[in-house]
Design a protein around this ligand. Sequence first.
Ligand SMILES: CC(C)(COP(=O)([O-])OP(=O)([O-])OC[C@H]1O[C@@H](n2cnc3c(N)ncnc32)[C@H](O)[C@@H]1OP(=O)([O-])[O-])[C@@H](O)C(=O)NCCC(=O)NCCSC(=O)C[C@@](C)(O)CC(=O)[O-]
Length: 373
Amino acid sequence: MARYALLSRRLLASRPRMHGTARTFATATAPDQQRPSSDYRVKLVEVGPRDGLQNEKNSIPLATKLDLIDRLAKTGLTTIEAGSFVSPKWVPQMENSSEILQHLLTKPPSSPHPLTFSFLAPNLKGLNNAFSVLSQHPTAFATESFPAQPTKPALEIAVFASATESFSQRNLNASIAASLAGFRQVIQAAKDTHSLRVRGYISVVLGCPFEGYDVSPHRVAEVATALLEMGADEIALGDTTGMGTAPRTKELLACLAAAGVRNEDVAMHFHDTYGQALVNTAVALEHGIRTFDCSVGGLGGCPYSPGATGNVATEDMVYFMETLGMDTGVDLDAVVDVGEWITREIGKGNASTVGKAVLGARRRAEADPAKEK
Ligand SMILES: CC(C)(COP(=O)([O-])OP(=O)([O-])OC[C@H]1O[C@@H](n2cnc3c(N)ncnc32)[C@H](O)[C@@H]1OP(=O)([O-])[O-])[C@@H](O)C(=O)NCCC(=O)NCCSC(=O)C[C@@](C)(O)CC(=O)[O-]
């Protein structure tokens, strides 16, 4: 069988590479002040095992979830959202998150890179469930004083606030103010007890299923600064509904910058319901953001956002970034394989346009290797 990788390698090699050439981003400097190569690095956060699977109705076996994480870890992705310590009454698919955490601590996936695994924990109950696993393996994970290594992953906890009161009530059963008061305790305990890194999500930043398009960017900025002041290390801006557009993404990021939120503390989390995720990604990239969430095979949806589809597919994100000359560190071929495998495994269509294109090209090359140029 022809090695599929060859085709994709050629595909990638034929893409325009922009390293060291003139760039059109607003953030670009003059040619004689070339930016350090780190400016071309983007961090992709793979959210498939959590955001991608949480809404699946059929129970997915633990072994499949562990296999998914293992396969993703071999693609060059270094940060993987692996589970969620939430109420199993509301999100039954995430019920085995303790077992997932336990497995990742005792048998971390082999990877040439240090890995970070992230878990949602909306309250002290969820955090304590995570802690009861961590306390059994206190030296199995990296902390701020012991950097992550290939054999010892780092862990991150994520809290999730909302930009509208209606979504906060539906998703968290609490007002924004009450949820923030609870998160203060979670963030403090995560840091004090195990020196964990904390991500603070804000949902519905560009459109709410209950309040519509008009979500105030100033409200988002208030919630973001509140989370940062509590000690969150990163703010993930969630376009939960995929209602975001390029001008409104630009306006939101300008508002956050005016409020003093630094680009390096922001991650973008775009759902692709209206097909705008990569357009909005380009706007955020131009603004200077370098951390983006994505989900293999475009898996996902939010149980509290009717009709929302998955996050932008990891395959599409990798292809998009690499064609812009950005460095993701992710092997497109490998991630296409994972997308194909997991969507078949759980009986879903592959929602990645790039994944389907690469798979189609492979099939054609297999049928007629002579034409593979
Ligand atoms: C919001 C809460 C925490 C409020 O929890 P609560 O205030 O305790 O109220 P409740 O009535 O929802 O609680 C129901 C039961 O769950 C228990 N419980 C309560 N907390 C936990 C916990 N952590 N772990 C395990 N059990 C828990 C609680 O003790 C109670 O048990 P019962 O008395 O019936 O026996 C709860 O309702 C919950 O966990 N809901 C699920 C929320 C959720 O997972 N949403 C989806 C993730 S967020 C998202 O997808 C958006 C994001 C991050 O991707 C970004 C974006 O795209 O926007």
